[in-house]
Design a protein around this ligand. Structure first.
Ligand code: GRF
Length: 227
């Protein structure tokens, strides 16, 4: 009997990789509990024993595995160990939710087109760390978040969904961070559900979302136009 979530039904099984607070983990778990996402979290993998996400996962009864990246000689051997656990848990989708290690081809080859990430910027702008700080310092009027498939380049894979938020003049990076995060919690569970429904296909570097609604012509304009 596996210690991971029972796999006797046909629901998508996801493995979440996280290193920090785990608010995106919670948003996805909450969406599953409320029936908005047809999936089960088979395992939470974490590389930091002190991470708050561990308490969140334990509180929800999710199986937790801690793998310290420092215990491995190479990125590849760490990724191989992650992939072994994900394989053993029979996950169909790997969800990076604030995981602070770069994922190498060693893991990606074992889960082709089955690894997704959320980045707190409107890619391809502001790749890398502290994207919200980069956006605030640059003086953008609109910031946002992106869910994308992961490929071998950092913050580069095909885009699944984005959300935009206006930035007030002189707004502090932390304020921008909070407002982007609120949108992350809306779009990440939805992206998982699109995957669970089999509605995502990658064509070149574009994602086709089967049956998507027309976006309409509503816009985020910052500063707003006068009434
Ligand atoms: C989020 O801002 C996410 O976009 C980035 O890391 C942060 C994780 O936050 N990749 P949390 O741990 O889910 O609260």
């Amino acid at each position: 009997m596996s210690k991971y979530e029972d796999n006797s039904n046909s629901r998508l099984r996801i493995g979440i990789l996280a290193s920090g607070t785990g608010s995106n983990f919670d948003a996805i778990a909450e969406a599953i509990d409320s029936g908005r996402v047809d999936a089960d979290i088979s395992v939470l993998l974490c590389n930091r024993p002190e991470a708050k996400v561990l308490d969140k996962a334990k509180a929800r009864g999710v199986c937790v595995e801690i793998l310290r990246h420092g215990d491995f000689d190479t990125r590849e051997s760490f990724d191989a160990a992650l992939a072994d656990i994900l394989d053993h848990a029979e996950v169909g989708l790997v969800v990076l939710a604030g995981f602070d290690r770069i994922i190498s081809a060693t893991l990606l080859r074992r889960f082709p087109n089955r690894v997704i990430n959320i980045h707190p910027a409107l890619l391809p702008a502001f790749k890398g760390t502290d994207a919200q700080g980069q956006a605030a310092a640059y003086g953008v009027a609109i910031a946002g978040a992106t869910v994308h498939f992961v490929d071998e380049d950092v913050d580069h894979g095909a885009i699944i969904i984005q959300a935009a938020v206006p930035v007030a003049p002189g707004e502090a990076a932390n304020s921008v961070r909070q407002r982007i995060l609120a949108q992350e919690h809306r779009i990440y569970p939805y992206a998982v559900q699109l995957f669970a429904e089999g509605r995502l296909s990658i064509v070149g570097r574009k994602v086709i979302v089967k049956g998507r609604k027309s976006p309409g012509d509503e816009a985020v304009i910052s500063p707003p136009l006068p009434d």
